[in-house]
Write a new protein. Structure first.
Length: 189
């Protein structure tokens, strides 16, 4: 009985063996299908990520414009902060005008380099701001430029005291000298 059962078990294993696993061709087909799906999905995910980064950069510029308006009304005497680090300082008994993640003068946030600068043609003419021993400025310029163009974003953004956010499909927004927003830049609708 033992010998007979062993022989019949061996026959069952021998007849079952080829159908029990996957052939190399089946595995290659599965890998090819996964590769095709990935090739289709990855560019879409990258576009979605860049779109999210651009939306974040626009939101950051809006936040800075709002913070500048609050600073101007409460501390600046109608003038503006000249750097992000000065805008991040809290007045005595108050809170900061922007969040701590933007307290560095050049901030990298969500794939964009955010930079705030005083417009070169303006001169501060008021006493120290209520947040420290520095003089506010008459005008400012904020730029948001992709860290890696066509990888973290496809557009650069800029704004100034007018509060309008402009975009350009270039790797740089514009230099904060003279007219900081390029004439080719379009306002965001």
């Amino acid at each position: 009985m033992d010998a007979t059962s062993n022989v019949s078990e061996a026959r069952a294993i021998a007849t079952r063996s080829p159908a029990a696993g996957f052939t190399m061709i089946e595995l290659l087909m599965a890998v090819a299908i996964v590769g095709i799906v990935a090739a289709i999905a990855v560019p879409g995910m990258m576009r979605a990520r860049m779109s999210g980064n651009e939306a974040s950069a626009i939101g950051t510029l809006r936040t800075i414009n709002s913070a500048q308006a609050a600073f101007s009304a409460s501390c600046g005497g109608g003038f503006y902060a000249d750097r992000l680090s000065n805008l991040a300082k809290a007045p005595t008994g108050g809170t900061s005008f922007i969040s701590p993640d933007m307290a560095a003068d050049t901030t990298i946030k969500d794939g964009y380099v955010i930079n705030l600068a005083a417009a070169a043609t303006t001169a501060a003419s008021v006493a120290d701001a209520c947040t420290g021993a520095w003089k506010p400025t008459r005008a400012y310029y904020v730029s948001a430029v992709p860290v890696q163009f066509n990888a973290t974003g496809t557009r650069s953004f800029a704004t100034d005291v007018r509060g309008t956010i402009f975009h350009a499909s270039t790797a740089t927004a514009a230099a904060p000298i003279g007219d900081p927003i390029a004439s080719t830049a379009m306002p965001i609708q």
